[in-house]
Design a protein around this ligand. Structure first.
Ligand code: CA
Length: 230
């Protein structure tokens, strides 16, 4: 049974979500502060963290960065902030997904299921995938490592997923919907923007831009194709 750590200072919300997530088949632990969350994460290694950004002790983004410094546990952020730059900051700080408040417990349960599903097919899976080499790009899916021209690329989990997915299908246009479904495992509002943000970060790390692509070619209105540079 996956262990979900719920970090929420509002006792009413915490109680309701704990109840709903238990009903959805999760073991739920809950804490009310960022510091307690960090202690729990270190001590009990939850499978997923739901993090309220408005905590009494630590700013939510700081809490998220501290979690990320400790481990790679998937984090779903619950936030009242909706502005684009806030969402980008959250994703940049290592959130796997975010939910805008108010949200239903059913919605949260669906997101949790999606994030956990995604986690299971990633590292250490039974199937080993051969490395991929495309024009200076070397991707090792099993080690989750990527190099460009012999230099290690420092990619976030999502950036790696995106690159590996496109590289495994090099030379074909992969539709936006397919990417969103396969990489994020759930088509939902906000994910289109999430995809664009991740593509642009990945481009930066690959040393290219949308205007001057090297590997990632956008086919407007259709999707993205990874091809070896000329
Ligand atoms: Ca709060």
């Amino acid at each position: 049974m996956p262990l979900v750590l719920l970090v929420e200072d509002d006792a009413t919300v915490r109680g309701a979500l704990t109840h709903a997530l238990s009903d959805a088949g999760h073991a739920v632990q809950s804490v009310a502060t960022g510091l307690a969350a960090l202690q729990e994460i270190t001590a009990n290694r939850p499978d997923l963290v739901v993090l309220d950004l408005g905590l009494p002790d630590i700013d939510g983004i700081t809490a998220l960065r501290m979690v990320r410094a400790v481990c790679d546990v998937p984090v779903i952020v619950a936030t009242a902030r909706r502005a684009e730059h806030d969402v980008i900051r959250l994703l940049n700080a290592g959130a796997d997904d975010y939910l805008s408040k108010p949200f239903s417990s059913a919605h949260l349960a669906a997101r949790i299921a999606a994030v956990l599903r995604r986690g299971r097919v990633l590292p250490g899976g039974p199937r080993s995938s051969p490395p991929i080499d495309i024009g200076g790009l070397h991707i090792d899916p099993d080690r989750r490592a990527a190099e460009l021209d012999g230099r290690q690329l420092r990619l976030t989990r999502r950036e790696f997923d995106l690159l590996a997915y496109l590289a495994a299908r090099a030379g074909r246009v992969v539709g936006r919907r397919e990417l969103v479904t396969e990489i994020w495992q759930q088509p939902h509002a906000g994910t289109d923007q999430t995809l664009d943000v991740h593509v642009s970060w990945l481009r930066r790390k690959l040393g290219e831009t949308a205007a001057a692509p090297r590997f990632l070619h956008t086919v407007r209105g259709v999707g993205i194709m990874l091809v070896a540079p000329e």
